[in-house]
Write a protein that binds this ligand. Structure first.
Ligand SMILES: NC(=O)c1ccc[n+]([C@@H]2O[C@H](COP(=O)([O-])OP(=O)(O)OC[C@H]3O[C@@H](n4cnc5c(N)ncnc54)[C@H](O)[C@@H]3O)[C@@H](O)[C@H]2O)c1
Length: 247
């Protein structure tokens, strides 16, 4: 039987786009709300900060794909702290304690948003984190904590700085940082399977107007994006900016 993969945030929007790319794997789902639709997968419902639930969730798991979190760039620290900081750290601890091989986790382009706002593009993935908001700061924290767990506990951690992860871009500001569904699946499968032990990579499609340098994701994860937001450029709403992160 294929090694078990735990998907957190399984009831969310990104998970809904990712799940069709995980067929052929044994998947366990975790979310605070019950995912809709019948996937045939085992489902656990509850909070990321519930350590007993996390222990059951990671039991026998090879890889965690961690998407649970508050995805709102305008969220307050009070809202973000539980899911994005305490919950993520609890997940890393459970994974390290129970012999999980790897955690692939959703970071965000907002962890690097100040570079984009200042016009320092294309943003390279090796530059120091430069968040543009509290949300981006929680993702930069997650990247630092994941690297510490790789260093101290031997847990493999791969962070993906996702851009606007939607079936198609709907606004001009999304044209540079859009990540389409089939590229999301390619990226996550590459992150699950890479030989790299610890790293952080941009999660963006092959957009003509990109602000993000994908070369390390190509080299390390074998990521070969095939979608380009340019196909939607004539039809998206003009929201007055070309910047995906907080300006
Ligand atoms: N959607 C995007 O365009 C985008 C862009 C960049 C990064 N991300 C990141 O990707 C991840 C998924 O985003 P999304 O858009 O699917 O968000 P979403 O809100 O649609 O889904 C997140 C899921 O996580 C669950 N969740 C939140 N806190 C939880 C907790 N404490 N315990 C258990 N479950 C909890 C929610 O119930 C929800 O189903 C997030 O980490 C987000 O920051 C998303």
């Amino acid at each position: 039987m294929a090694p078990t993969l735990l998907l957190t945030g399984a009831a969310g929007r990104v998970a809904g786009q990712l799940l069709p790319g995980l067929t052929g794997r044994t998947v366990r789902l975790l979310d605070r709300t019950t995912p809709s639709g019948e996937t045939g997968a085992e489902v656990l419902t509850g909070e990321l900060t519930d350590r007993d639930l996390l222990a059951r969730a990671v039991e026998g798991v090879d890889t965690v794909v961690h998407l649970a979190g508050d995805p709102r760039p305008d969220a307050t620290w009070d809202d973000l702290r539980g899911p994005n900081v305490d919950g993520f750290t609890a997940l890393l601890e459970a994974a390290a304690d129970h012999g999980v091989r790897r955690v692939v986790y959703a970071s965000s382009v907002h962890a690097m948003g100040r570079y984009e706002a200042e016009g320092r593009t294309p943003v390279e993935s090796t530059w120091a984190p430069a968040p543009c908001c509290e949300y981006g700061a929680t993702k930069a924290f997650d990247e630092a904590m994941a690297a510490a767990f790789s260093h101290r506990r031997g847990l493999s951690t791969i962070g993906l700085r996702l851009g606007a992860t939607t079936p198609e871009p709907t606004q001009r500001s999304q044209l540079s940082g859009w990540l389409g569904p089939t590229d999301l699946r390619r990226l996550v499968v590459g992150a699950v399977e890479t030989d790299v032990r610890c790293g952080v990579y941009p999660g963006i499609s092959a957009n003509t107007r990109t602000h993000w340098d994908l070369s390390r994701a190509v080299a390390d994860l074998g990521y070969r994006p095939e979608l380009d937001s340019e196909a939607y450029a004539a039809t998206v709403e003009d929201d007055g900016t070309t910047i995906a992160t907080c300006g």
